[in-house]
Design a protein around this ligand. Structure first.
Ligand code: ADP
Ligand code: MG
Length: 260
């Protein structure tokens, strides 16, 4: 990421599955280096919006800009190279591999044409002492994973740490925009607090973060902005530093603690 203005602009995104119109002209501007919480009822299209931004689905309409770069219509791997990182509602990790190996997978996208070779070299990564290893080890420490995660298969880690590994895999690629789909779901209070502090630290690197989250204390403590997605549209977008508009307050007062 450079020093230039890298505001993220999501413009007029529409997504329809068959006859089901899920997103209808979603427009949202994310402040650079800020944490924006995306809230809204189950089924309102929050994951669909993250999928559209990260290229996992192609919207029928709309554009995505980072700074003045138009990223619309690009494929997932191109978007990853253009600075969009993400995690999933259900962590998508290689369970047999260690946390360190999973994090190093985040660097593969930066080696076009060498992906298979890199996968086959993975077991040797730890012995090689190369640049990828250093970056992955530094990331393991930065996200606060214990040293034992270097050699423990991810399958043996609790959910809270799996979510942290997934964030590490996304952040090691140095994204400009990080999309997190319910990273605090299933975490206990202490893990949720750790996650919030981690997100604060990532903001200090200048990463712009969009996080789908239901936990009201969490979003009020850690989010700079809140956007409410209802019936496929952003019905309210406000900063948490000032008094929240009635629409948002009303939603948060009645929001489910977390989705199923
Ligand atoms: P949220 O994340 O806000 O709970 P989703 O974005 O997952 O909501 O889903 C919004 C709506 O879109 C739901 O009705 C869901 O069933 C539908 N939907 C999501 N993905 C697909 C898909 N790939 N094919 C068809 N329908 C989908
Ligand atoms: Mg969802």
């Amino acid at each position: 990421a450079t020093e230039q203005k890298m505001v993220v602009r999501i413009e007029d995104i529409s997504v329809r599955f068959g006859a089901h119109q899920v997103l209808s002209g979603v427009t949202l501007t994310l402040k650079q280096g800020a944490l924006t919480g995306l809230v809204g009822p189950n089924g309102s299209g929050k994951s669909t919006l993250l999928n559209a931004i990260s290229g996992f689905i192609q919207p029928q309409q709309g554009r995505i800009f980072i700074g003045d770069k138009d990223l619309s219509g690009k494929a997932v791997h191109e978007l990853a190279l253009s600075g969009i990182g993400r995690t999933f509602q259900i962590p998508q990790l290689i369970e047999d591999a260690t946390a360190l190996e999973n994090i190093s997978l985040g660097l593969l996208g930066q080696r076009p044409g060498r992906i298979l070779a890199s996968i086959f070299r993975l077991p040797r990564l730890v012995q090689q002492g190369n640049d990828d290893l250093h970056r992955s080890l530094a990331m393991l420490a930065e996200v606060g994973l214990p040293a034992s995660a270097i050699s423990t298969p991810v399958a043996e880690l609790p959910l809270g740490l799996k979510r942290i590994v997934e964030i590490g895999r996304a952040v090691v690629a140095e994204p400009t925009l990080l999309l997190l789909d319910e990273p605090a779901a299933g975490l206990n209070d202490e893990e949720r607090l750790q996650l919030g502090h981690l997100l604060n630290n990532l903001k200090k690197r200048g990463i712009t973060i969009l996080v789908v989250e239901h936990n009201v204390p969490f979003v009020m403590q850690f989010c700079d902005d809140l956007a409410l997605l209802e019936a496929g549209q952003i019905s309210c977008h406000a900063a948490t530093s000032a008094a929240l508009p009635a629409t948002l307050l009303d939603y948060l007062n009645h929001a489910p603690e977390q989705s199923k």
